[in-house]
Each structure stands twice: as C-alpha cells, then as structure tokens.
Ligand binder design. Structure first.
Ligand code: FES
Ligand code: MG
Length: 600
C-alpha cells in the first residue's frame, strides 16, 4: 500500500497546490516581492525556487528530541526517514525544534512544560507556512502537548512515536524503566540495597534509545494517539531500535502528504467516538492515571465534550487485557511482538466496545485497520473472556474532601484487598486514619518519624497544578522502612491533589480537585482524621461533622488560605494564574477559545 501511495502522490503536481496554506506565503500573486522575501531564507540551505513554488505541500517535522530530552533523542535519527517519506510522496520537509520536555529530570515537574510546549507549537504552526505536520512524540508529555497543539490549529497532522526502549534485564529478571525505581527505593529503605546497588538496579531499566519500556505514561499516551486515529495503525508499540521503527518513520512521512492532499484534519479524526475509543483502550492496556488529564486536555482544545464521568462510565467496566508492567509482568518488546495495540483493539471490536467506523490517519476506519488481528501470544495479550483483571478502569470519586479524583483499580493487589478492605462489612469500602504531608520535602523529612501503621492512608497535599506548579508526580508514597522490614505485603493507600507516575502501582486516589492550594477541603485535613473510602458508591469522606468542616474552613480562610510554595520562575507564575484543575485537563482555559485557528 505504501508503494501505491508513493507513486500516486509523487505524480500529483497539484492544481490544489494553489489552495495550500503555504501558498499564502510563497505564491502570492498580489505581492511577488513579499513571496520572494518569505521564500529566500529557506533557500540559503539549498531549497530552490522551483520547489517552493511547485505547489508541493510543505510539511513540518516537529522535533521533540534533543540531548536534553533523551527519551526522544532518537527522533533526530528517525526524522531522516520521515523526510525521505515526505520527499518520495512529493512534499517538502521543514524540521524544527519544539520546547523540550524530559519527564525524569525536569524540576519541579515535567507537566509544567506540557502547556508551554503546547503554546510554543501552536505559535509555530500558525506563524509559518505549514500545510501539515508530523509530530515526533514519545516521552510522557510530549505526546499530549503536540496533540493539544494540532487540536487547536487543526491542520493535517500525524504522530510518530519514538518507540519504547528494549527490555531491561538483571540476569534473567526483567527490569522495567520507571517501575524499577519504586522497587529499588523499597529495597534501599529496608537496607537490602546499598547506594551503588540502587544506582545499578535503576539504570538496568534503561538499556537503549527510546522511551520507558513499561506501560507508563509514554507507552500509554502513544497507544492512545494511535487509538484516537492520530498515528499509523500498528505503529505505537514498535521498540525504538527495531528496523520496523525506522520503516514506520518513512511510511509516516508518505502518509502525511496524502493527508494534506485529502485535507484530512484532526477534527475529522479526533471526534467524540475517537475519544471514547481511547478511554476503552486505556483500560485494556492498564494505561496511566495521567491519561485522563491529557485526554481531557486534548478534547478541550478540539472542542469535544469529555469528562471524568465518561472515564468511569465507559472505561471502568472493561477488563485489563495486557500483561505488561506495572500492572503485569512483561515489557515493550513482548507487547509489540504479541501484536501491539491492534491485538487489543481486535478484542474490543469483537465485543462491540469500540466505535469501529471511526476514521483514522490513513483514511481507513478502526475496524479496517485492526479487526481480526488477535494476538498469537496469550501470555502477553489476553482474550477478552480470560482477562488479567475484570473491571479494571478508573473510578471517578467525590465527597466532602474533593469534588473529583480518580483511582486506578487495576493495581489494587489481592493482598491489599484481603488485608485492607476488611474493616467494614462492605468488601469494597474501608475506613482508616490519615497522615498528612505538605509536599514531597515534608514527606521525606517525616516519613520515618510519623505515626504510621499498616492501616494508615498517606495524604499528600499542596502538589496540584497551582500548589506545586504543574502538579507533581508524588502522590504514590512508599511506606516507612520499619513497616517494610516487618513484611508489609501491600502498598499503603494514598490520596493527593497531585499526580502519580504512570509506572507506579500504588492503590492511590489521585488528581483530587479542587486542590489544597485552591483551598479545597484537603487543606483542612489534620493528622489522625478518619476517612471512609467507598469504592461502590464512589465516595471518599472525611468523618467529621458539617459543623466542624465549616469551622475549619473559616479558620483556614481567616489565616489567608493554604500556603503553597513560592513560584521560582516567571513561567511558573504565569502558569498558576492561568491553569485550570486536573479534573478538567489542567489546561489554560483561555487557550480553549482558539479552536481551529488555522481556518481563520
Ligand atoms: Fe521519558 Fe519515561 S521518562 S518516557
Ligand atoms: Mg511520569
């Protein structure tokens, strides 16, 4: 099919070229001098007049990889094959950098950069003569930032994931990047690993170029980009170093030129049905708890109504099919070889759990692309009737502590169910006392001294979008070393107004909105307060009277409200003033007024 497409496209000296967006720069009959001025600097590295005036599509390659963003750095190599695809199909490639986002080393947190990168990319796509764009995605927030930007701009666009790293190993044991950190931290806390041992163990999870090889936020968001229809079918899961990855880069370049000619835009692909498909897929792959935030943000920018009740209603009742860390055993290579996302979609299609007629980047439907492509490897991708877990999606919770929070149920362990969910007569509810931390610094300072036993819920507040600008990934907290040494068999539950790493497996209640820094009721919580969590009723309540809540609120507000840490950079300050809550995607609300600006 690629060959057919190549031939068709390379011969297409478009009459439609005159209607291309880029012609407004390079082919202005009203002002030839202006056209010449727009064109001439693209010639100083060798493009010719013929090329720029040929009516061939100008295709951007939005480059998110650099030495500063190592997860995506291999894109600097893959971009060459993208260019060759674009050129073969008769387009002209212009590669440019986007604001880098590196999940694991950006302080205070990489989510802060998602909206910055979004704003930057919208500005570039608007300001320059692009007819379409290839989005080089990968590390966690690079994917949503780019999809948010093309949702706003609405010019033809397609994602190319950098792909996961190869599997990590310690002798025979698989070591998953990101996920290994939580294990290593526990072993260090109990004294089983020394400082060098921790370093060795963690870095074994990073054996090659590519993004995290676990089903963390990177694998999740790229699976969802494909599920939305915004990437070539079968592309998201290909490991970075595999030859198929570079071949996919070439095919993606060919495809974007076809999309420009067909005028197939993000608004044709990212419909309400597409978002519902992405929610269903997220449950089946055991996707990250960051996915609702990012998917809500993309939906907001394209103008599709989507909320967390949709996540619970569509996603919660579906099963987990993929046996991949952190919810399961395997890593990216097994996932890809077992059939990748299409094998998951095939299972969901059989059950009528996807909108099969949703359009995708290649002009075909989800059903055309994925129906019948079941996995041959039932160890890694389970059949729908024999899943890893049933009802594996997110719960949307509310109560007197917050209006909205989510919980990933696929990581609730059997040990936790057996030992924690037993104090009430309801097997789906528990009551316990809280220990409250104001930010990660407070947690590290007090975790070993605080009054914590095996029936405590750890609360992390002051780490939402305003409180810890960008919303820190710190809600998943490790129990104190002494409890781990005593043989605690499960992760303690956590609640917080921040996020949790997609590579973590704690039973946590996350993204609580409104956050403490917006004076939500998490701000009035005190050490030792009792909380009741009822998963059936989707309720989390602080067990104190209405009157006591009112009194504490009055005291909080008379003291000037919750004290968040200071902003340290100008952008942190802008971010705090403009940002909305995690429950609504943490977007700059003002930016959602600019949907589909390229058409204006
Ligand atoms: Fe970049 Fe995981 S830290 S993909
Ligand atoms: Mg993360």
């Amino acid at each position: 099919r690629t060959k057919e497409l190549e031939e068709k496209l390379s011969n297409l000296h478009t009459e439609s070229g005159k209607n291309l967006r880029s012609a407004r720069w390079f082919d202005r009959p009203d002002d030839r001098a202006m056209s010449a001025l727009y064109a001439d600097r693209y010639m100083n590295y060798g493009l010719t007049t013929e090329e720029l005036l040929s009516g061939k599509p100008i295709v951007g390659i939005a480059q998110s990889g650099s030495d500063l963003a190592p997860c995506n750095q291999y894109h600097t190599t893959l971009a060459k094959r993208v260019r060759e695809g674009i050129r073969t199909a008769g387009g002209i490639a212009i590669e440019f950098p986007t604001h880098p986002i590196q999940e694991s080393s950006r302080r205070p947190t990489a989510t802060l950069d998602r909206n910055l990168s979004y704003l930057g990319l919208v500005e570039l796509l608007y300001a320059y003569p692009f007819d379409g764009v290839v989005l080089l995605t990968g590390c966690d927030k690079t994917t949503p930032a780019m999809l948010m930007a093309v949702a706003t701009m609405n010019i033809p666009a397609i994602c190319l994931n950098v792909g996961p790293m190869l599997n990590g190993y310690d002798r025979k044991t698989l070591i998953g990047s990101g996920t290994v950190v939580w294990k290593a931290r526990e072993l260090h806390a109990t004294g089983e690993l020394d400082d060098t041992g921790v370093f060795d163990m963690v870095t074994k999870g990073t054996p090659s170029v590519g993004h995290c090889n676990t089903m963390g936020t990177a694998s999740t968001m790229n699976a969802l980009a494909e599920a939305l229809g915004m990437a070539l079918p079968g592309s998201a899961a290909i490991p970075a170093p595999y030859r198929e990855r570079a071949q996919c880069a070439y095919k993606t370049g060919v495809q974007i030129v076809e999309m420009v000619h067909a005028d197939r835009k993000p608004s044709d692909i990212m419909t309400r049905e597409a978002f519902e498909n992405a929610i269903a897929v997220n449950t089946a792959i055991g996707g990250s708890t960051n996915a609702p935030i990012h998917l809500c943000a993309i939906a907001k920018h394209i103008g599709v109504k989507l909320d967390l009740d949709d996540w619970d209603r569509i996603g919660h009742g579906l099963p987990l099919l993929l046996n991949m860390q952190p919810a399961g055993e395997w890593l990216g290579e097994e996932y890809y070889r077992a059939g990748g996302l299409q094998a998951i979609q095939a299972e969901l299609l059989d059950q009528g759990k996807l909108h099969g007629d949703a359009l995708t980047a290649n002009g075909k439907t989800v059903k055309d692309n994925a129906a019948g492509k079941h996995s041959w490897d039932r160890r890694t991708i389970k059949g729908y009737s024999e899943p890893m877990k049933r009802e594996a999606g997110f719960l949307h919770l509310s109560g007197n502590l917050f209006d909205s929070a989510i919980m990933k149920t696929s990581v609730i362990s059997d040990e936790f169910r057996a030992e924690f969910l037993v104090d009430t007569n309801d097997p789906n509810a528990f009551e316990c006392k809280t220990v409250v931390f104001d930010g990660p610094e407070d947690y590290y300072a007090r975790i070993d001294k605080a009054d914590i036993d095996e029936r405590t819920i750890l609360v992390m507040r002051g780490v939402g979008p305003i409180g810890y600008p960008g919303a820190a990934e710190v809600v998943n907290m490790t129990a104190p070393g002494r409890l781990l040494k005593q043989g605690l068999k499960y992760s303690l539950p956590c609640i917080g107004d921040g996020r949790q790493s997609g590579t973590s497996g704690s039973p946590s209640i996350l993204n609580a909105s409104p956050e403490a820094a917006a004076n939500g009721n998490l701000a009035i919580l005190r050490h030792g307060d009792k909380i009741r969590v009822d998963l059936t009723k989707r309720k989390v309540n602080l067990l104190i009277s209405e009157e006591e809540i009112a009194n504490r609120r009055e005291e909080l507000m008379s003291n000037g409200g919750y004290k968040a840490v200071e902003a340290h950079t100008p952008y942190q300050d802008f971010f705090r003033r403009e940002v909305g809550p995690l429950s609504e995607g943490m977007v700059f609300e003002r930016a959602t007024r600019f949907q589909r600006v390229a058409q204006n």
